[in-house]
Design a protein around this ligand. Structure first.
Ligand SMILES: Cc1ncc(COP(=O)(O)O)c(C=O)c1O
Length: 480
């Protein structure tokens, strides 16, 4: 008789002893979360921790998994910026729902590959159902489709490639194609254009207006100019929820322009797509129903663990045309009745990212999710009122989608020092461990930016953070 593989023998023992107690880690995580408001947002990594982590070897013989897990929790996972923290206000990211964690853990345990329908039939049906439901929130009909991806960057790339294949079929005209985007578009847009093979002169950046929305007059002038030069304007990028200011581009007018010049309108809603969950705020995205494609991350504002994004398209056939391939080794498992994921996007093997969103929506209901979105708008408004009430503070642009930008401009200090002053204030607050915020640059000025979209973030967290910034500013100012 053949010897059994050593690995299998060992795993029998693992199962027998149940040494990997995932449930214990989950319990501990939720216990920590209950007290999170009183904890520092990021536990500083001291030199002993760095030394310990660097001293870990990759062993020839395995070690006790309990010890390995404890090491990871103590020295690695708990040392990362806590996105669960209610005052994690720097990035476009929310605390995740315990339902998403449950869905993610469950999915990882079974580890389905949702590459094709035949490998994960009911998971694929759930993916399709969610995609169509999200498409319907955008006002699209049954013909819409799409796919879950790893993130907004991947969703943007997926949609832009579909645009290229649709508007420059066969890529014969690729050298003449021109794409247009605003100076507020996310960096993944320009990266995506580069990856699509566009030269710099084929990517035209349009200045935004005082509300950080793309300027339509400049846009149309540039489109006409490139047409007059014999080029082919083919792609127009809009945003709902720009990273800096949460601004929403004028979608109805952009849809008119796209239609007039035969261009593909892609909307980057990686951040702001989630306003479509809200019956109150979805009107801000009016015009989205005329877009060709939409990126929408649920790992940003809809409480999902990384990664969970969607690339959505008004006409599913456009993704199929762009991505379908028929390799011989997949013929046996190709579905005759349903679309296979590998025909709808870039990735082949894929985790079933849709299942954690499904778990969340089923367990939580859509009303509560809408409430989280509405509350972010409310919190941004509260922050705006509080900032305006503080002497020498300016709100730089009306907040949108829970993003608020502001600046300290005390008269007694020379204007040329405002950038450094605001930078120092933000750094001081973050160094205190109370909250995590960053600065950005708007129209050449460094401003403080907060994104109050965390599901754990209460109004009290936002107002206390604003108050603390006010106090810190008075101290920091003395050094200028
Ligand atoms: C507007 C926008 N688009 C795209 C992205 C990229 O998303 P991801 O980080 O999931 O790739 C971001 C990230 O913050 C974003 O804010």
């Amino acid at each position: 008789m053949l010897e059994r593989q050593k690995y299998n023998k060992e795993m029998d023992e693992v199962r027998e002893r149940q040494v990997i107690e995932i449930a214990d880690y989950l319990k501990e995580f939720f216990k920590i979360n209950a007290d999170i408001r009183d904890m520092p947002i990021m536990d500083a990594v001291d030199s002993q921790t760095v030394e310990r982590v660097m001293s870990w070897e990759i062993p020839r013989a395995g070690r006790d998994p309990k010890v390995v897990g404890d090491e990871l929790v103590k020295d690695v996972l708990s040392k990362c910026l806590s996105l669960q923290h209610p005052r994690s206000l720097a990035f476009v990211t929310s605390a995740v729902s315990p339902y998403s964690i449950a869905g993610a853990v469950l999915t990882d345990i079974y580890n389905p590959n949702i590459a094709g329908y035949g490998l994960a039939p009911t998971a694929s049906l759930i993916e399709e159902k969610l995609i169509k439901w999200m498409g319907s929130r955008a006002g699209w009909d049954e013909n819409c489709g799409g796919i879950f991806t790893s993130g907004g960057s991947m969703s943007n790339l997926t949609c832009m490639i579909a645009a290229r294949e649709d508007k420059l079929p066969g890529r014969y005209d690729l050298a003449d194609g021109v794409a247009f985007y605003s100076d507020q578009a996310h960096s993944s847009i320009i990266k995506g254009m580069r990856m699509m093979g566009l030269r710099n002169d084929q990517c035209v950046k349009i200045e935004s207006d005082d509300n950080y929305r793309i300027r339509l007059d400049l846009l149309e002038a540039e489109i006409v100019k490139s047409k007059n030069e014999g080029k082919k304007p083919f792609l127009l990028i809009a945003s709902i929820g720009t990273t800096n200011t949460g601004s929403i581009d004028p979608l109805p007018e952009l849809a008119d322009i796209a239609a007039k010049y035969g261009m593909w309108l892609h909307v980057d809603g990686a951040f702001g797509g989630s306003i479509l969950f809200s019956d109150i705020y979805k009107n801000l995205a009016k015009g989205i129903e005329r877009a060709d494609s939409l990126s929408w991350d649920t790992h940003k504002w809809a409480m999902q663990t990384y990664s969970c994004s969607t690339a959505l398209v008004r006409d599913k056939q456009k993704f199929i045309t762009a991505f379908n391939e028929h390799p011989e080794y997949l013929e046996d498992v190709r579905s005759a009745s349903h679309n296979d994921g590998w025909d709808l996007g870039i990735e082949m093997s894929r985790p079933a990212r849709c299942l954690k969103l499904w778990f969340t929506l089923q367990a939580m209901g859509t009303d509560l999710l809408a409430d989280v979105i509405d509350y972010s708008f409310y919190n941004a408004k509260q922050a705006e009122t509080a900032i305006k009430a503080m002497p020498d503070w300016q709100v730089v642009v009306k907040p949108c989608c829970g993003a608020i930008n502001f600046r300290y401009e005390p008269k007694e200090i020379d204007e040329s020092k405002y950038d450094a002053l605001n930078d120092a204030i933000a750094k001081e607050l973050t160094a205190s461990g109370y909250a995590f915020i960053v600065t950005t640059v708007l129209k050449g000025k460094r401003v403080i930016r907060m994104c109050v979209i965390g599901a754990n973030t209460e109004t009290e967290d936002v107002l206390n953070t604003v108050e603390k910034l006010g106090q810190i500013a008075l101290e920091v100012k003395k050094k200028f």
